[in-house]
Design a protein. Structure first.
Ligand SMILES: [Zn+2]
Length: 50
């Protein structure tokens, strides 16, 4: 693709700025951040292991 696309979309794959590894899509990163934030606010004893 020749076009530069400055805006970040939900489906874009984000790569680590430091080492370039794949961090997943913008949507998945946003979801992880939201879950982490909710766990900070209200820690759950029934947290799933991953
Ligand atoms: Zn990295």
């Amino acid at each position: 693709m020749k076009f530069e696309r400055p805006e970040i979309r939900e489906a874009d794959i984000i790569t680590c700025a430091a080492c370039g590894h794949n961090l997943g899509t913008m949507a998945s990163i946003r979801e992880k951040m939201n879950k982490a934030y909710q766990q900070l606010k209200r820690p759950s004893p029934a947290r799933k292991l991953q």
